[in-house]
Ligand binder design. Structure first.
Ligand SMILES: [Zn+2]
Length: 72
């Protein structure tokens, strides 16, 4: 698959860190399976992975009011 961001890179399966802000917290989910662009590094996640990430992020947020790092 060709990257939709840079339109030149090829995306290959790999692992990346997903990070996001949830209200007042910054949540990082480590070692997330994704397709990663070899050119710009943009990561693409499948729907199953996105569901999983969202659950991890919710759990992390509910367990702390500060920074949390989750491993999947
Ligand atoms: Zn790209």
């Amino acid at each position: 698959m060709t990257c939709v961001i840079c339109k030149t890179g090829n995306c290959k399966p790999g692992k990346t860190h997903f990070s996001t802000f949830v209200k007042d917290a910054f949540v990082v989910v480590k070692n997330v399976a994704a397709s990663i662009c070899g050119n710009c590094g943009e990561a693409y996640y499948d729907t199953t992975t996105v569901d999983h990430i969202q659950k991890q992020v919710e759990q992390a947020y509910n367990n702390t009011e500060e920074v949390e790092v989750m491993k999947v």
